[in-house]
Design a protein around this ligand. Structure first.
Ligand SMILES: CC(C)(COP(=O)(O)OP(=O)(O)OC[C@H]1O[C@@H](n2cnc3c(N)ncnc32)[C@H](O)[C@@H]1OP(=O)(O)O)[C@@H](O)C(=O)NCCC(=O)NCCSC(=O)CC(=O)O
Length: 389
């Protein structure tokens, strides 16, 4: 008869969890940031709010964003003009739309990750799904499992309303699952659609202006597993260590709430400075826990590009060379802030840079920020066998 200790030991993987494949997807409709303020005030019939339009123009101009992709384009909004007025009861219609579109976008990203992984979708044992764009059960994770043909025994977890830290949290959970269930292959999917909280402008609601100026739609998917199968699976990033930190007394700084008119969203103007005051302590504590003293410029960085000011603050605080946040800045420029999905795009960008022969450090850090204020940190090791896809 086996002992509990033996059973437990047999369940553990030998090696660390690793990112084995990455896929991303965006809706087809592209919005150019230079044109966005004119577009937004026109489609929401809000030209009379000239001061707010000027503010959005200022935000767009300095956002570090060139384009974003959206599911709720002009044609779809034309069929739902009530979405522009946050006072109208549109939550049901938004949830119906998101319930179909969120898992479909996730499926596009996941299909790419699975194709790169090289094994059948039926070999996925666990699914961790993060989205802020849902509001019903069964959730987008079940629909995604069905779209991909995952096995009925796949073990599903949905993270709802984790906001921009959801990608970091999902990847940390995937690491724990892979390392504690020998042979597990975890599909992480983050799919975010702004349609759940798209409104026209309103005096006194500057969050709406900021949100419309920086957020975009996208999905990212990652396959995570330990002990890669020879000749089939090739690790991209080994997941060495992960932590979660909450900045004390900041629970009102980033908030979301489902209301009758959609998702109400608040990001205080203090967020970049609060992150600046807390990130280095968090990094020092993380590296101390694993007994490594790191020089920040010797690492690669996958920082959630929540906004241009956040990247500027992190770069300045840590004294990072200008190339260190290039992957985060490129993702911000090409897609905007896609909440939880964004760090997956940054990892994808980093591995592409490395595959192109650009220098990427051996060790690195992924950080994502969200309501709490929560900071998700993961120490990564860039595995040797990178391939171009
Ligand atoms: C938006 C910016 C690109 C604008 O850059 P600028 O160089 O122009 O700087 P700025 O700070 O002077 O801002 C320009 C105008 O925007 C206004 N503004 C800035 N931040 C604001 C906020 N949070 N709420 C309302 N208004 C805001 C300023 O008051 C100013 O108005 P005026 O021009 O009238 O003086 C930058 O401020 C930025 O990157 N901010 C960080 C955004 C952020 O917090 N992202 C995290 C999202 S939450 C997230 O990622 C996690 C999650 O959702 O879970």
């Amino acid at each position: 008869m086996a002992t509990v200790q033996q059973i437990r030991h047999a369940q553990r993987s030998d090696g660390p969890a690793a990112v084995l494949a990455i896929g991303t997807a965006n809706p087809a409709s592209c919005m150019l940031q230079n044109d966005y303020a004119d577009y937004y005030f026109r489609v929401t019939n809000s030209e009379h709010h000239a001061d707010l339009k000027d503010k959005l123009k200022r935000i767009c101009k300095n956002s570090g964003i060139e384009r974003r992709y959206v599911h709720l384009d002009e044609e779809l909004l034309g069929a739902h003009p009530d979405f522009s007025d946050r006072a109208l009861p549109t939550l049901d219609a938004r949830i119906d739309m998101a319930s179909a579109a969120v898992p479909e976008l996730a499926a596009s990203a996941a299909a790419r990750a699975i194709a790169e992984w090289g094994r059948p979708a039926a070999d996925v044992t666990h699914l961790v799904f993060s989205t802020y764009s849902g509001g019903k059960a069964p959730s987008a994770d079940l629909r995604l499992a069905s779209l991909l043909g995952l096995r009925p025994t796949v073990s599903r977890t949905i993270l709802s309303l984790n906001g921009c830290s959801g990608g970091g949290r999902a990847l940390q959970l995937a690491k724990e699952l892979a390392e504690n269930n020998r042979g597990a292959r975890v599909l992480v999917a983050c799919s975010e659609l702004t349609l759940i909280g798209f409104y026209g402008p309103q005096e006194g609601r500057l969050d709406t202006i900021l949100g419309n100026g920086i957020f975009g739609d996208g999905a990212g998917a990652v396959i995570v597993g330990a002990d890669p199968v020879d000749c089939i699976e090739r690790p991209l990033f080994e997941m060495a260590f992960a932590t979660q930190t909450t900045i004390p007394e900041t629970e009102n700084e980033i908030t979301t709430r489902l209301m009758k008119g959609g998702l109400d969203f608040h990001v205080s103007i203090r967020v970049p400075k609060l992150l600046k005051s807390n990130i280095e302590r968090c990094l020092i504590d993380t590296f101390k826990s694993i007994g490594i003293s790191a020089e920040w410029n010797d690492l690669f960085w996958a920082i959630h590009p929540g906004g241009r000011a956040i990247l500027d603050h992190v770069e300045q605080l840590l004294g990072l060379g200008v190339e260190k946040l290039a992957a985060s800045r490129r993702v911000l420029r090409e897609y905007g802030n896609m909440s939880a999905a964004t760090v997956i795009f940054v990892l994808d960008e980093l591995r592409r840079r490395r595959a192109r022969g650009e220098e990427v450090a051996e060790w690195g850090v992924m950080m994502a920020f969200g309501p709490g204020i929560t900071i998700e940190t993961m120490v990564l090791h860039a595995a040797g066998s990178l391939k171009e896809n």
